[in-house]
Ligand binder design. Structure first.
Ligand code: ZN
Length: 286
């Protein structure tokens, strides 16, 4: 089983160099990285560490939000991602801009903006990745809020852009299986982010769960991904104040263990680890 660690899961207590060293020590050979963390470390130091530890780069985070001057900065960022050997670059479109109401015009605008970025990305030689986010985030984070929207966007734009499936954002979608299969048929499944949806969820952005602590049927979604032809790794991406507060090496070990239990040969262990069982039984009426 191939695990990918996203630096965002550990960055509160591990700078980029520490993160890369901790990954190497635990035998994790692929990472997803962030431009702002590279800047703090310095490009040459970050590149040297990746090379010295023999690490591959999956995702590069990220292009966006799409403010008026985004194209100028995007080109340098895409070149940097290519320089780091990233498999794909995340697009963070941002939500509605001043004066927009509803999603129709905003989606049209985003399609146009992504189209222009795609021309640059093709020239630079990196793939763009669209990651649909949960519809609760449509206002301020992205207007692409379902696998259907992401696939429609890719269909409209042609080659060089694909989709990252993050269970946190799409687990609720009754079209999930059909749309993952559609993504697979089009040859554009770029990544698979794993974490969990906690009950109750206390914050939309910073209360994600460790795999196995929530209500997502992770194994079922992974099986769909495999059936759709995805051969990449399980990327652990957990934005959580609880997990950020803990020792990053320990969090890595827990994540590896959970991945083995859930996706490996011993799925019977998953329910043992519902850390928030008590919370689940005290859901506030709404
Ligand atoms: Zn994600």
């Amino acid at each position: 089983m191939n695990i990918v660690f996203n630096h965002a899961t550990f960055r509160e207590r591990a700078d980029m160099l520490s993160f890369l060293r901790l990954c190497r020590e635990r035998g994790v050979g692929t990472v997803s990285i962030w431009g702002d963390e590279i800047t703090k470390t310095g490009d040459s130091n970050a590149l040297a560490a990746l090379r010295d530890h023999g690490l591959k780069v999956s995702g590069y985070n990220r292009i966006g939000p799409f403010l008026p001057d985004y194209l100028g900065r995007a080109e340098a960022e895409l070149e940097r991602a290519a320089h780091f050997g990233a498999d794909h670059v995340f697009l963070f479109t941002g939500g509605l801009v001043e004066g927009e109401r509803g999603l129709i015009a905003a989606k049209r605008r985003v399609e146009d903006q992504v189209g222009r970025l795609l021309e640059i990305a093709r020239r630079v030689g990196v793939k763009l990745a669209i990651e649909p986010l949960h519809p609760m985030l449509a206002g301020e984070r992205t207007v692409i809020t379902s696998m259907t929207s992401a696939n429609d966007l890719c269909d409209a734009l042609g080659h060089g852009i694909g989709v990252v499936v993050d269970v946190y954002h799409v687990w609720w979608d009754e079209r999930l299986e059909a749309e993952i299969m559609r993504t697979g048929r089009a040859g554009r499944l770029l990544g698979f982010h794993v974490n969990d949806w906690l009950l109750p969820t206390r914050h939309r952005l910073t209360d994600r769960g460790m795999m196995g602590d929530g209500i997502i049927d992770l194994k079922a979604i992974e099986e769909i991904m495999r059936r759709a032809g995805f051969r990449g790794g399980l990327e652990v991406e957990i934005f959580s104040t609880d997990w950020w507060a803990r020792d990053p090496g320990e969090v890595m070990e827990i994540a590896i263990t959970r991945c083995r239990q859930i996706f490996g040969d011993r799925p019977e262990a998953t329910n043992t680890y519902r850390r928030r069982f008590e919370d689940r039984n005290s859901i506030r009426p709404s």
